[in-house]
Design a protein around this ligand. Sequence first.
Ligand SMILES: Cc1cc2nc3c(=O)[nH]c(=O)nc-3n(C[C@H](O)[C@H](O)[C@H](O)COP(=O)(O)OP(=O)(O)OC[C@H]3O[C@@H](n4cnc5c(N)ncnc54)[C@H](O)[C@@H]3O)c2cc1C
Length: 377
Amino acid sequence: MDLRYRDDQLAVRDAVRAFVRERIVPRASEWSEQGEFPLPLLPELARVGLTGLAIPIEHGGAGLDALTTALVAEELGAGDGSIGLTLAAHNSLCIGHVLTAASAEQRARWLPPLAAGTYLGAWALTEPSAGSDAVSAKTTAVRDGDCWVLNGQKQFITNGSIAGFTVIIAATADRRLTAFGVSRENPGLVAGKREKKMGLHASDTAQLALQDCRVGDADRIGEIGAAFGDVRKVLDRGRIGIGALAIGLGRAAVETAIAYSKERKQFGHALAEFQMIQWKLVQSRTELDAGRLLIHRAASLADAGLPFTRAASMGKLYATEAASRAANASLQVLGGYGYLRDYPVERIVRDVRLMEIGEGTSEIQRIVIARDLVAAS
Ligand SMILES: Cc1cc2nc3c(=O)[nH]c(=O)nc-3n(C[C@H](O)[C@H](O)[C@H](O)COP(=O)(O)OP(=O)(O)OC[C@H]3O[C@@H](n4cnc5c(N)ncnc54)[C@H](O)[C@@H]3O)c2cc1C
């Protein structure tokens, strides 16, 4: 196994790291306080290719492979979880579904404006009563001539109230799932309550209502009743992204803790000289590196066209839990100051928690891994 990265992968990572340090890190705290996604940032994100990571170059995207996309997600997480999650929903979920299942004509129509950051994308699977058990979705799509009429409720949709294009998953006749691309101009797609969250305050999370939402059959994505298979493929890749985002968040917390421990003196010594402090830093950094390796293994398998479902779930499970532990340990290193908003660590502790929940909880990852283990033996 080759654990080195290609020069072009490192060049993309370094360019994104520089952009994040210059344009995102200094403003992350302010955006969090404002409590909404900073839409003026969108053209800047588009200019550096962050709104079309995996979109092929002929459709205006960066055409990145899964491993490079994971390197980018980590850098975004190290800068700001909210911007990272916004772009994860846009790139991995919305665009991911289009890349997985849309026709050539739909890709040519939908991908260029998404890549250009003309608007953000969203992906609506979850419903008030269908979370982990997504297959029980109650939103209906009923055929009416050349159209489909969608009715139902979606819950927890990232970018829900600001997206220009949303992939909606609904149940067709025999309760099997079908996907549709719906534009913001459609009067039947109504953004509802914007959720107040524990963290990720600059990421938009909204309820969506589908009220006699008429969608042309030309905007149906994939085969009728085949969306659940596509959803699983989208989530497999999405989990690599969420794991990488979590590693970035954890890394930023540990970097803050290391810097602080060298400056702060107690009992006449820098905190960094105390073995118990060192142990926290060592444990956190080691676990984050292990999580990154699992995530990058999954991405490498995906890029090689090999099965990666189990590897992606293992990576997401381990990386997100390791990142939460690292963020908490880092907060402890800062003592009382870690609890204040003067340092980014308290925000990271709140932001990183979602990574163990979104795109399949830790429990669901364990179920996916267990099923795969049992099936393979
Ligand atoms: C900030 C945020 C952003 C999100 N963005 C999106 C988005 O853009 N699009 C979208 O479609 N969804 C989105 N989600 C939804 C997210 O994917 C779900 O919250 C998640 O899948 C869990 O579903 P649930 O919240 O309904 O919990 P539930 O499914 O009700 O689970 C509750 C608890 O029970 C556990 N549990 C459930 N089933 C089992 C089982 N069989 N065995 C053991 N334990 C089980 C869960 O692990 C969890 O701990 C978002 C959620 C949040 C909070």
